[in-house]
Write a protein of this length. Structure first.
Length: 315
């Protein structure tokens, strides 16, 4: 994968679609533009399942109270809320958020992968925090050209690990659509471009810089996405809050850490092939430390809550 040697056993085999590396012919789970060789990777359901617990722990709970207050004051709230989950994958965002919100909820799950949509629908939560009913529907197709009409009736737009695979124009489109529909947006787990490994290694920084460059390929924003999104929503009159949401991976998350390492190093080598020999040795050593319970990693992310001005005169 990406020129980095990977042990051949089934236990050590990399999950296709885990992290940012991909093979020819793979396509993005969320199709954001016409398909092309530079599309972001398709994320394998095994990878999404592996990271779900870490995602749930990392998301910024401090953003929930202002979100609840806004949703409680939306016009038409008595009939429940309609939540659009963009690039839903296996539906982990709904499984995390629905039980944190009171009242009836209808989730509209967007993804281009029919298998993931089916999984998300089947595994969706059935009740809200107060026991109210949660229902779902699925929509397959491109989501890069969202309009206020597409979000008509939406109470909230959510996404997880999405902003960093968007271009600036796509983020502007998303912000404009949410503002035009008058609905808030909760956009979680955008990469921040910073990683801390303990114990440290002299190659850590070089790998991180190459990975960040890979994230910015072909006009994608990568670690610049959270700042671009905050600016875009602010320009549309939204009140924006950003909170850290780091993964903190220790001995209890060995499987996730190992898969993340393979993807992280693989993307760095794909960006800078001259790193291959040193990166191969580095990855082998890091995986051994991970297996021995001697490695901890903090992968920094950010969550963004944009409170767009609601339609209908609500405060």
């Amino acid at each position: 994968m990406s020129g980095v040697s990977i042990p051949a056993s089934d236990d050590d085999a990399v999950i296709l679609g885990a992290g940012p590396s991909f093979r020819p012919g793979e396509r993005a789970t969320v199709r954001l533009r016409d398909a092309g060789p530079e599309d972001p990777p398709r994320y394998a359901p095994e990878w999404l399942e592996l990271r779900e617990s870490a995602d749930a722990t990392a998301r910024a709970h401090d953003l929930l109270d202002p979100l609840r207050i806004r949703l409680a004051n939306l016009p038409g709230r008595a009939g429940g809320v309609v939540i659009h989950d963009i690039g839903c994958g296996t539906g982990s965002m709904g499984r995390w958020l629905a039980p944190h919100l009171d009242g009836a909820q209808h989730w509209v799950l967007h993804d281009r992968d029919p298998y993931l949509l089916h999984f998300a629908a089947v595994a969706s939560p059935r009740s809200a925090a107060d026991g109210s009913r949660v229902t779902v529907e699925t929509r397959r197709g491109d989501v890069g050209r969202l309009t206020p009409d597409a979000l008509k009736g939406a109470s909230l737009v959510t996404a997880s690990a999405l902003l960093d695979v968007l271009t600036r124009d796509e983020i502007d489109t998303l912000a404009a659509a949410c503002a035009g529909a008058g609905c808030p947006a909760l956009l979680t787990l955008s990469v921040a471009g910073r990683v801390e490994l303990t114990p440290s290694d002299p190659l850590d920084q070089e790998i991180a810089e190459a990975f960040n460059a890979h994230q910015r390929r072909s006009g994608l924003l990568g670690p610049d996405a959270i700042t671009a999104a905050a600016e875009a929503f602010s320009e549309h009159g939204a009140t924006v809050q950003v909170h850290p949401s780091p993964w903190r991976l220790g001995p209890g998350e060995k499987a996730l850490t190992a898969q993340w390492l393979r993807g992280w190093v693989g993307a760095a080598v794909e960006q800078r092939p001259e790193l291959r020999e040193r990166a191969d040795r580095y990855l082998t050593e890091r995986l051994a430390a991970c297996a021995a319970g001697e490695l901890s990693v903090v992968v920094h992310h950010s969550d963004l809550l944009a409170l767009c001005r609601p339609k209908g005169g609500a405060a």
